[in-house]
Design a protein around this ligand. Structure first.
Ligand code: PRP
Length: 211
């Protein structure tokens, strides 16, 4: 048998959805269900080695070619802008990037430079550059909703899924920035070197997703 193809999965919810997808393709994912604290698992029917990593690291491993493929959110892809192929929109992990402020906050009023808090400084910069608007960006690591409440920032650029976190903290969306979902990514060299195996996997996934 060939060397397994290696795929990096974003740990957590996207991992669960990806395992469901692989099972719907008929692959036995027992190792993934019984993984304990192991980080590299094997899916025998697909001859796939599955690596579990944080979103940004999925991109790093795929970009460096130590993983042939990866499953990661469009949010992290937009932030990191790596050199890789984005092959399939997997349709799960749906949410959006939005600009949000405290409820009824007159964000676009006045001429002062606004401060924006975000876990995604590059997405934030690109969004405001597109508006020719100068902003100060403060990088926050999590629970970004705190920044306007503590008056560190005028607004936030963050992921909104159900909108509950914003609502329960007295914030609201001012503007949508981009739709997000999970993507299947592929290393550029792997796609050349192992074209047939990768294309056959990608095709199976696409057929399943597009019904
Ligand atoms: C994300 C995001 C929001 C929340 C949005 O945070 O940053 O806080 O989910 O979801 P909702 O619209 O359904 O309420 P996450 O749970 O990933 O934690 P973090 O803020 O610590 O990154």
């Amino acid at each position: 048998m060939n060397k397994p193809l290696r795929i990096a999965l974003t740990k957590g919810r996207l991992e669960k959805d990806t395992v469901k997808l692989m099972e719907s393709l008929g692959y036995d994912c027992t190792e993934l269900h019984e993984k304990g604290r192991r980080l590299i698992l094997y899916v025998p029917d697909a001859n796939l080695e599955v690596v579990l990593a944080k979103a940004a690291d999925v991109i790093t491993y795929v970009e460096h070619g130590v993983c042939d493929m990866g499953v990661v959110g469009k949010d992290t892809l937009m932030e990191m802008n790596g050199k890789l192929f984005e092959m399939v929109d997997l349709g799960f992990g749906r949410c959006r990037f939005a600009l949000a402020t405290k409820k009824d906050y007159p964000f676009y009023d006045g001429f002062g430079v606004k401060t924006i808090a975000s876990k995604y400084p590059n997405v934030t910069r690109n969004f405001f550059e597109g508006k020719n608007m100068d902003v100060d960006i403060v990088k926050i690591e999590g629970s970004v909703e705190l920044a306007p409440l503590l008056e560190l920032a005028d607004g936030i650029v963050d992921i909104v899924e159900t909108g509950t976190t914003l609502k329960e903290n007295g914030l609201e969306v001012v503007e949508d920035i981009a739709q997000i979902s999970a993507r299947l990514i592929v290393n550029t060299v792997s796609l050349k070197m192992r074209q047939q195996e990768i294309e056959s996997f990608v095709q199976k996934v696409e057929e399943k997703i597009n019904g």
